[in-house]
Design a protein around this ligand. Sequence first.
Ligand code: B12
Length: 255
Amino acid sequence: MSADLVRPYGDTTGDGMVQTSFTLPLPHDKRAEGAALQLAAKMGMSPALLVHAKPMGPDFTFFVVYGSVTHLVDLREVHVVEREYPLLSSADVNQAIRSHLQRKLVVVGACIGTDAHTVGIDAILNIKGFAGEKGLEYYREMTVVNLGAQVLVPDLVEAAREVQADAVLVSQVVTQRDAHIHNTTTMSAAFREAFPTGQVPLLVAGGPRFEEGSAATLGVDRVFGRGTTPGEVASYLVHELVTSRTRPDPRGAQR
Ligand code: B12
């Protein structure tokens, strides 16, 4: 096999083994198990083994299937979004803000809509941070306003206006019925309506299930996904708002 073509690995290299789980709207019986195996075959698993089936109430069954996929991955067709800014230490971030902006960089964060999953935004903002990195509250040259969970978009816009936010950081974890997409597009539209063109704060959305490269569709400046660290976000903010600033300062100050 060419080095550009790979298959999943289970017991022996290239055996193609994968395991996946799903729920079918069927009561647990032999027919439901057959249906699960049919789905596995249609997903390219051949042969597939049913390794787990559990009734989820009277009308649904949860399945785990394990088997060898017939598909190959062609690495030449894998496209990734490379980080477009350098990673800075917290000292460099503070230094850049101090010398270029000559005031604190103001960040407002919130979990919007009905979403109450605050662990992600707290990981980025709270001083205790995430993955061994301190959160943005640790940065001496940043003022962080964390509005917490279930913040309504009009309240977020109002808070951003009140503190003259440079950046607004929004977290969306729940993806049921594409809530994360609807909430984020509603939020970005509200900011565009509330602020004059060119004075909208930098809009950043984050959460484990945002697609890389979906920022433009969502109307935000950038999207951060699973495993993001506070240092990445701080470096991005400095890149966009301080060192290569292309947008006017919301306070009208000159650099
Ligand atoms: C903890 C948790 C809860 C807690 C939340 C407590 C809290 N204060 O946050 C409680 C118990 C309240 C809860 C409730 C619910 N939950 Co819940 N919950 C979870 C769980 C187990 C962990 C989430 C978490 O904390 N991850 C850790 C953080 C650090 O990771 P993260 O959020 O991805 O954040 C990182 C990145 O994504 C990124 N990031 C995130 N936000 C942002 C924002 C910015 C600006 C940036 C830059 C980066 C960034 O940086 C972070 C650090 O790397 C997940 C399952 C899982 N294992 O993920 C389910 C999960 C998210 N919950 C789920 C569900 C369904 C619910 C409920 C609807 C359950 C119910 N029926 O009541 C409710 C909804 C409540 C509500 N109104 O939102 C589902 C969502 C499914 C879906 N498709 O949307 C999940 C996936 C579980 C599942 N498999 O079903 N939940």
